[in-house]
Design a protein around this ligand. Structure first.
Ligand code: AMP
Ligand code: MG
Length: 351
């Protein structure tokens, strides 16, 4: 069964054709990053216009074979951006006379390790899943495939957001994650690198009272607001970002900051893995591209004796292959009902 996926939840206009939930026949992604760079973040109005301009072209390029169903992201995401994809998907499904399947974007990120892979999702269960992206940092217990229980999350910024905000403060450009990853990688590879040289930033501890408001236990939650404030204070005390040298101070600060985020993510993951006898650890979302995070999570998985499942780099960021692939396993949500579907910008994982 060939499913055409459409994704426009944020700043990527994407369409892809996927066979039977695994085999990617086409994967077209138009990134709007250059349009948003000067604002240091995604501007919803600009994103929406760019989706309208590109969606036709992107879908056309993705149609490389017959289409048996159309799948689309209906949330979470930016409302004016989601609407463009949903309307295009409705029109296409209607014109072709095929079913329309609505897919949750976060859930789709968790399907990415199964793209271009013969591993069946059910074979990976029970799994602990970690969604780490620009908008989410969430730990999810998956007893069976497509069953989700959120057991931990960030209480404020998502990990990707924490990377992006630090990069903005240090004037490193947008998006910050890849830039910080690269600078830290070079710093950690220096022959004179010593762990004791790193700045001791707060490690994302969540306050007990705040996490209990969301019904989650603090030991499986993170909070990056203290880390962000500590960075700001450190930069101010050093006389501002412009005073910091590109070859000395910036790499040391950036590496220390990244280590604090990664330590927080790995610590909560290790704790969560102890709660149940898991078979695998699934990690999806843009931040899972981070090389240091991947290595660290591999060690966490090895220690817990579970298999780490991550996506190929081309499927880590937003794409439509993950939408089309998950839709294959979510066909029961299709039909007429989906034709009257509205976008749901604040959709929770699993909805
Ligand atoms: P997504 O929300 O899934 O589209 O992912 C985008 C987010 O991933 C942004 O916040 C990026 O800064 C972040 N990101 C992308 N590549 C990396 C990387 N190598 N290291 C850390 N964060 C990254
Ligand atoms: Mg995403």
């Amino acid at each position: 069964m060939n499913i055409l996926g459409i994704e426009t939840s944020c700043d990527e206009t994407a369409a892809a054709l996927v066979r039977d939930g695994h085999q990617v026949l086409s994967n077209v992604v138009f990134s709007q990053i250059p349009l948003h760079v000067k604002y240091g973040g995604v501007v919803p109005e600009i994103a929406s216009r760019a989706h309208v301009e590109k969606i036709g072209e992107v879908i056309k390029e993705a149609i490389v074979d017959k289409i048996d169903a159309v799948a689309v992201t209906w949330g979470p995401g930016l409302s004016p951006a989601l609407i463009v994809g949903l309307n295009a998907a409705k029109g296409l499904a209607k014109a072709l006379g095929v079913e329309l399947i609505a897919v949750n974007h976060i859930e789709a990120h968790l399907h990415t390790p199964f793209l271009d892979s013969s591993l069946l999702p059910e074979e990976a269960m029970p799994a602990l899943a970690l969604a780490v992206s620009g908008g989410h940092t969430t730990w999810i217990d998956m007893p069976r495939y497509t069953q989700y229980h959120i057991i931990g999350q960030t209480l404020d910024d998502a990990a990707g957001e924490a990377f992006d905000k630090a990069a903005k403060l240090l004037d490193l450009g947008y998006p910050g994650g890849p830039k910080i990853d690269k600078i830290a990688k070079e710093y950690l590879a220096r022959p004179d690198y010593k762990r004791s040289d790193l700045i001791s930033f707060p490690k994302g501890r969540a306050r007990e009272g705040v996490s209990s408001l969301s019904g989650l236990s603090a030991d499986l939650c993170v909070s990056f607001s203290g880390l962000k404030t500590a960075l700001l204070r450190y930069v101010q005390q050093s006389g501002g970002a412009k005073k910091l040298s590109d070859d000395g101070e910036i790499p040391r600060i950036v590496t220390s900051y990244q280590e604090a985020i990664i330590e927080a993510l790995c610590d909560r993951t290790a704790r969560a893995l102890k709660k149940r006898d898991y078979r695998s650890l699934i990690v999806g979302g843009g931040v899972s591209l981070n090389s240091r995070l991947r290595d660290s999570l591999q060690r966490v998985a090895d220690r817990a004796n579970v298999k780490l499942l991550t996506a190929l780099p081309k499927y880590c960021g937003d794409n439509a292959a993950m939408i089309a692939a998950l839709a294959y396993y979510r066909r029961n949500r299709s039909g007429q009902e989906a034709m009257s579907l509205d976008v749901n910008p604040s959709l929770e994982a699993g909805e």
